[in-house]
Design a protein around this ligand. Structure first.
Ligand SMILES: [Zn+2]
Length: 119
């Protein structure tokens, strides 16, 4: 079986936002290669800037999500963590966590969070 490491959703989004910053800088760097072609460099610069701006939007969104997340003490590592949705993973030890008694003991599945499965 493939080794699946569960990641807390907040950490996942944070990683995504961070990678957007890097992508933005890479795009801008590519733009510098085309500095002889003015319009092409401009396009890369705009795309790179947009990517960086978008990442700060995502960071802001994480902040909003964090206020909605339910703070709990992880039963596994006893550190405080935050949960988003019905199932999430501990930020520290990646222990799968659930708020739903029905799902307790069941295999961790991100799809439990999707609206389709909710009754
Ligand atoms: Zn933990």
């Amino acid at each position: 079986m493939a080794d699946i490491t569960y990641k807390s959703k907040i950490n996942k989004i944070r990683t995504f936002a961070l990678s957007l910053v890097f992508i933005g800088f890479i795009i801008m760097y590519i733009g510098l290669i085309f500095k002889n072609i003015g319009w092409l460099m401009l396009i890369f610069m705009i795309l790179g800037t947009l990517s960086v701006i978008f990442s700060s939007v995502v960071y802001f969104w994480i902040g909003m999500l964090s206020t909605k997340a339910i703070p709990i003490i992880c039963p596994s590592c006893e550190k405080p963590t935050k949960m988003l949705g019905r199932v999430d993973a501990c930020m520290h030890c990646k222990q799968p966590l659930t708020l739903d008694k029905d799902l307790e003991g069941k295999e961790f599945d991100e799809s439990y969070n999707s609206k389709k499965k909710r009754r």
